[in-house]
Design a protein around this ligand. Structure first.
Ligand SMILES: O=c1ccn([C@@H]2O[C@H](COP(=O)(O)OP(=O)(O)O[C@H]3O[C@H](CO)[C@@H](O)[C@H](O)[C@H]3O)[C@@H](O)[C@H]2O)c(=O)[nH]1
Ligand SMILES: O=C(O)[C@H](O)COP(=O)(O)O
Length: 246
């Protein structure tokens, strides 16, 4: 099992997150992908015992996740099955170890993707707009209604990860991944985890962040709707079927 931590400017919390993640049973690799931080995230993470790779400029969370998975693949042993992947945010600090319940269902083959359900977060300022839009979009495309559609703490098999790539960009990654995997028949499970993260507030920074989340989720969902419609048209036009309009 490898933990992948995408991290942008997380120097205040990354050491505690890395140390805590190293204590998760079955984890033998903790990889931090420094996504073009302007602070010293990479050094702090390395000192705390993580393997660290770095984007020279900021590319967004989804790109950091893809980089992380590629690096894990390079470090897998040729004679052993590929490691499963556990994605953990850099701001969980001491609670990162509490993502441990995500692991057994994947290791035991009960689920292909597990998603953490977080308890209510003190200081969270959202009105549920982005969360609600993502939830409805996932439900309409898959028939499954997630409780926390944006939760990024996720454990999945390598097979599921590869089926979900290329990932949707930026903040669209979670909604895109859930839709893609469910539509391909993978099994998804939400698992309660006692996590504490730094929630977005109600200040301007928080609202701009939500606007970016909303935009990225819409882009991810629209691309998937278009793809589903196009594959529907292709099916209609396959040679053994009558063509539309004829
Ligand atoms: O350009 C970026 C921005 C952020 N991060 C990292 O991505 C993680 C999540 O970012 P955060 O700022 O904590 O975002 P939140 O709004 O708190 O994230 C919530 O919503 C996101 C989806 O919109 C999910 O990815 C998160 O897991 C979920 O906690 C953190 O480790 C960041 O350091 C990057 O790697 N690159
Ligand atoms: O704070 C959050 O949970 C996310 O930024 C989403 O915000 P929302 O509450 O507006 O959906």
């Amino acid at each position: 099992m490898a933990v992948i931590i995408p991290a942008k400017d997380e120097s205040r919390r990354i050491a505690a997150t890395v140390r805590s993640a190293r204590a998760i049973p079955h984890v033998d690799l903790v990889l931090v992908v420094d996504d073009g931080s302007e602070d010293n995230t990479q050094h702090v993470a390395r000192e705390a015992g993580a393997v660290v790779v770095r984007h020279s400029h900021n590319r967004g969370k989804a790109a950091a996740m893809e980089t992380g998975a590629a690096v894990v693949a390079m470090r897998d042993a040729p004679d052993r099955p590929p490691r499963h992947l556990l994605f953990v945010d850099g701001d969980l600090a001491d609670t990162a170890v509490n993502t441990a319940p995500l692991v057994p269902p994947v290791m035991d083959g009960i689920a292909d993707l597990t998603i953490a359900l977080l308890p209510p977060q003190p200081g969270a300022g959202g009105r549920g707009l982005v969360v609600g839009a993502a939830r409805r979009a996932i439900a309409s495309m898959t028939g499954w209604t997630p409780t926390q559609p944006l939760s990024g703490m996720r454990c999945l098999t390598r097979e599921a990860f590869e089926a979900a790539t290329p990932l949707a960009r930026g903040w669209g990654v979670e909604a895109g991944m859930t839709i893609d995997l469910l539509r391909l028949g993978f099994r998804v499970l939400e698992v309660p985890c006692e996590l504490r993260h730094r929630p977005s507030g109600t200040d301007l920074k928080g609202q701009l962040h939500r606007a970016a989340q909303y935009r990225d989720v819409q882009l991810a969902v629209n691309a998937r709707r278009a793809r589903a419609a196009a594959s529907g048209v292709r099916r209609t036009m396959s040679p053994d079927q009558p063509r539309p309009g004829r």
